[in-house]
Design a protein around this ligand. Structure first.
Ligand SMILES: Nc1nc2c(ncn2[C@@H]2O[C@H](COP(=O)(O)OP(=O)(O)OP(=O)(O)O)[C@@H](O)[C@H]2O)c(=O)[nH]1
Ligand SMILES: [Mg+2]
Length: 553
């Protein structure tokens, strides 16, 4: 039993080696430290459980009353399947009162055959009226071998809204448990050291995944692919740090072995290269997660919004024959070749004295979208096709452009325009031909008749494949490149900070006097990596991450 200490984590690290640790919450209950900041569990315990799980030790936390300071039940319950009629509905309960609740709901004075992790059949009754609520199954998960790390029960009810409502009401009436907040089960799993933040984010990604690639990515991270790499980096940094700090015992004047700094610097060099490779390449992992960005750009009235509506298969953007109709960016999410694609329609780009302040802002946003896009579809009205736009904004053109001549139906019926355009195509020195020479596809389509649209979609798919040809979540050695596993800007930012700290470490002079400062940089790098996994986590960050979870997860 460990008494409350602000620095418990250090004591834990250094002195505590036993296999089993029991922390009585009573020891913490007088401390204003956790009472002011946490409704249900002491921060120190959280820290302990992290260290404990890292060392395969168990942490048990209990309070005699099973309630928090404010007398709110610490046991939570929720419907974990979507509301509505279904074959089954799963209700989860987690916390100290699980077994008491089970006894009441199953009306079992005689002992239930409670083998953990076994499916058991039972009658569920209202303990107050004796009314029969459902014939159901349940599984008991004994702490700590459960999702949350606490005692848990999962009831598999018949999926009738009436059955579910009555069971939830009875659970609430017992006053032994309360309805869970969104993501609260997972938050308990995190606080009890069952999952780190990377895995929790992967779980959220899996639940929200829309494409097969996203599923593969989420499963990899849920399996610990990114976490393991981060732990490996942190452990290597920790070892180097330990060696350097050991040197401090020699004193500043002492003669040190010659190679001691070389060893520390060269091991950091390796980590530095690995992290740099992971963060400085294309953000392909984030692209799988967030979707590849396709921007539809061009002059006003060219048919950009019409094209977006065709790709989306529904009327998302307003289409009129008035130039300058679209002002805001209109976005739709599509799935092409198993990849999530975010397609954006933008305001027509033009320089005109009639352009008012609203349209000008729309044009600014369109150009911003263009610079941010992975693929650009530049649409022109084939009747008024010219290179004015590309001359004015040469940065629009690069190897990720598909050039589209729309309204081909009108050209086909106009012999002189048709001849004129064909001439431009054939002229070796024309601007259209220069696009072809740069391997930029120039496609003739008609959004009105649909001609050329399948070819445009094929071309778009081949452009997407170009971005994703590197994406293999499994190589021959069953490994996945780290850049594929970085799913969020948050990961990237922390890794960049860690990299900067390791680089600063490398710049220190190799003298004993600078060890203290140099070591501080390594500690900073470890801290940044710890922020990704949640070993160094702020309440705000946790609130943001768990906000996206549904109730019952
Ligand atoms: N004949 C013909 N008309 C088309 C075609 N595509 C679009 N249009 C028409 O062209 C007009 C402009 O279409 P929009 O899709 O609003 O054009 P836009 O590029 O989004 O225009 P802004 O939002 O003003 O920049 C509408 O009247 C469409 O019906 C086509 O392939 N053939
Ligand atoms: Mg438009």
């Amino acid at each position: 039993i460990i008494k409350f200490q602000r620095d418990l984590t250090d004591i834990w690290k250094e002195k505590f080696t036993r296999k089993l640790c029991i922390i009585s919450r009573n020891y913490f209950s007088d401390s204003s430290y956790w009472r002011s900041r946490h409704r249900s569990r002491p921060k120190v315990m959280v820290a302990c459980s992290h260290f404990a799980t890292e060392r395969n030790q168990r942490v048990y936390a209990f309070s005699e009353s099973g309630r928090t300071q404010n007398n709110i039940p610490d046991t939570i319950f929720a419907l974990s399947t979507p509301p509505g009629r279904a074959a089954l509905a799963v209700v989860r309960i987690s916390g100290a009162h699980c077994l008491q609740l089970l006894k009441r709901l199953c009306n079992s004075s005689d002992s239930l055959e409670l083998v953990p992790r076994k499916l058991i059949r039972t009658r569920i009754v209202d303990p107050y009226t004796g009314a029969h609520l459902d014939d159901a199954m349940f599984t008991y998960f004994r702490s700590p071998k459960s999702y949350t790390g606490e005692d848990m029960i999962e009831f598999y009810l018949h999926g009738s809204p009436a059955v579910v409502a009555s069971v939830l009401k009875v659970l609430e009436d017992t006053q032994l448990a309360r309805l869970a907040q969104p993501g609260e089960f997972t938050r308990r799993a995190f606080e009890n050291g069952k999952m780190d933040l990377v895995k929790i984010e992967a779980l959220a990604d899996l639940i929200h995944s829309e494409t097969t690639l996203q599923v593969q990515q989420a499963l990899k991270n849920l399996d610990g692919a990114l976490s393991n790499q981060l732990y490996a980096w942190r452990d290597q940094l920790m070892t180097t740090l330990a060696h350097l700090e050991g040197l401090l015992d020699y004193g500043e004047e002492a003669e040190l072995p010659d190679d001691i700094f070389e060893k520390a610097f060269s091991s950091c060099e390796k980590i530095k290269l690995e992290i740099r490779q992971a963060v400085e390449g294309t953000s392909i992992g984030e692209m799988v997660h967030d979707g590849i960005k396709v921007a539809i750009l061009g002059s006003p009235n060219a048919g950009k919004s019409t094209l977006l509506n065709i790709l989306a298969g529904r009327d998302v953007a307003i289409v009129t024959n008035i130039p300058g109709t679209t002002r805001d960016i209109v976005q739709v999410s599509l799935q092409l070749n198993g990849v999530k694609v975010i397609c954006s329609d933008t305001a027509g780009i033009r320089e005109d004295k009639d352009v008012n302040i609203v349209e000008r802002e729309g044009i600014r946003r369109a150009l911003e979208k263009a610079s941010d896009a992975n693929i650009k579809i530049i649409v022109q009205d084939a009747q008024h096709c010219s290179n004015e736009l590309l001359e004015k904004y040469p940065s629009l053109l690069d190897e990720n452009v598909i050039f589209v001549l729309n309204k081909w139906d009108l050209i086909e019926h106009n012999a002189s325009e048709f001849r004129q355009l064909e001439q431009i195509f054939q002229d070796q020195h024309s601007w259209l031909n220069s696009l072809l020479k740069r391997n930029i596809p120039v496609l003739k389509i008609s959004c009105m008749t649909g001609s050329g649209i399948p070819h445009l979609i094929e071309t778009l798919q081949s452009f997407i494949s170009k971005w994703f040809e590197k994406v293999h979540f499994q190589d021959e050695r069953n490994e996945t490149a780290v850049e594929l596993l970085i799913t969020r800007q948050r990961h990237r930012n922390c890794l960049k900070e860690a990299l900067a700290a390791i680089e600063r470490f490398g710049e220190f002079q190799k003298t004993p006097a600078s060890i203290v400062l140099a070591a501080e940089e390594l500690r900073q790098a470890m801290n940044e990596i710890g922020k990704i996994t949640g070993h160094v986590a702020t309440e705000q960050l946790l609130d943001v991450i768990f906000r996206d979870f549904c109730i019952g997860k």
